[in-house]
Write a protein that binds this ligand. Structure first.
Ligand code: C2E
Ligand code: MG
Ligand code: MG
Length: 235
C-alpha cells in the first residue's frame, strides 16, 4: 500500500493497493512482470477479486488500529471493468467484509473508459450508486475525450507521473499539470498527483492547489503492517 497525503491537512487520507507476487524462485515481482499474463489468461478476474477482498480485510485491520479515516483504492483492469459480475462482486465484498462503501475507491484508467464510453458511463453510475468512489488513473496519457470526462461520474483525477517527473525543468509538463488541476476542480473533482519524488515537485503541487500527493517523496508502497507503523508515526 502506498500512502496518499492531503496537502491541506498534511494527513494521510488514503492508500493505493499495489499488487506484488512473492515468487518462490524469482523473488518479489512487480505488476509489470505478471499483470499482462494475468490479463491474457483471464486470471485477472479471480486475482482482481482477491485484491478487492484483501483491500477490504486490511482496511479493517487499520480501522482496528485506529485509522478508519484512511480509505483504500484499488486498480481495476479492463477485463474486470467489462465483467458483468463486477458490481455484484463489489457489493458482496463490501457486505462480507463490513467495509464502509465510502472508504473504497476504484481506479480505472482513461484508456479502459474510452474503449466504450457509452457503456462505461452506465457501469460507473452503478458503482457510484453503491457509494464507492471512482478515480480516473493515468490521466493525460491516453486517448481521452473531454466531453466524456464531463459525463463520467468521477470523484478523483490522478495526474500521471510522466507529467510530474520532469515538471521542474519542463515548462510544457508544468503547464499540463496546472491545467489538469484547474480542469479537475472546475469539473468538481479532487486531484491527486502520482509519482511525486522530490521536495520541488511536492512544493509545486502545494502551491498550485493540488489536493493530494502520492509518491516516493512520502513513501514507497509498503506491506500492510509497515503501513500501519508509518500511520502511527505520521497521520
Ligand atoms: P498505477 O496504478 O499508476 O500505480 C502507480 C505506480 O507508480 C506503482 O507501480 C507505484 O509503485 C509507482 N510509483 C509510486 N510512486 C512513485 C514515484 O515516486 N516514482 C516512481 N517512479 N514510481 C512511483 P507498480 O506498483 O509497479 O504498479 C504498476 C501498475 O500496475 C499500476 O500503475 C497499475 O496500473 C498496475 N497494478 C498494480 N496493482 C494492480 C492490481 O491489483 N490490479 C491491477 N489490475 N493492476 C494493478
Ligand atoms: Mg493506480
Ligand atoms: Mg497511475
Amino acid at each position: 500500500y502506498q500512502p496518499q497525503m492531503d496537502l491541506r491537512s498534511n494527513r494521510i487520507t488514503g492508500v493505493e493497493g499495489l499488487i506484488r507476487w512473492q515468487h518462490p524462485v524469482r523473488g518479489l515481482l512487480l505488476p509489470a512482470d505478471f499483470v499482462s499474463l494475468l490479463e491474457n489468461s483471464g486470471m485477472i478476474i479471480p486475482v482482481g477479486e482477491w485484491v478487492l477482498r484483501q483491500a477490504c480485510k486490511e482496511y479493517r485491520l487499520r480501522r482496528e488500529a485506529g485509522f478508519e479515516d484512511v480509505r483504500v483504492s484499488i486498480n481495476v483492469s479492463a477485463a474486470q471493468f467489462n465483467d458483468a459480475h463486477l458490481l455484484d462482486k463489489v457489493r458482496r465484498a463490501l457486505q462480507d467484509e463490513q467495509m464502509p462503501q465510502y472508504a473504497l475507491e476504484l481506479e480505472i484508467t482513461e484508456n479502459i473508459l474510452m474503449r466504450d464510453p457509452v457503456s462505461a458511463v452506465a457501469v460507473l453510475r452503478a458503482i457510484h450508486a453503491l457509494g464507492v468512489r471512482i478515480a480516473i488513473d493515468d490521466f493525460g496519457t491516453g486517448y481521452s475525450s473531454l466531453a466524456y470526462l464531463k459525463r463520467f461520474p468521477l470523484d478523483v483525477l490522478k495526474i500521471d507521473q510522466t507529467f510530474v517527473n520532469d515538471l521542474v525543468n519542463n515548462p510544457g509538463d508544468a503547464a499540463i499539470v496546472e491545467a489538469s488541476i484547474s480542469l479537475a476542480h472546475k469539473l468538481g473533482l479532487e486531484v491527486i498527483a502520482e509519482g511525486v519524488e522530490t521536495a520541488e515537485q511536492f512544493e509545486f503541487m502545494r502551491t498550485h492547489d493540488c489536493d493530494s500527493v502520492q509518491g516516493y517523496y512520502l513513501s514507497q508502497p509498503l506491506p500492510k503492517f509497515e503501513l500501519i507503523e508509518l500511520l502511527q508515526k505520521r497521520v
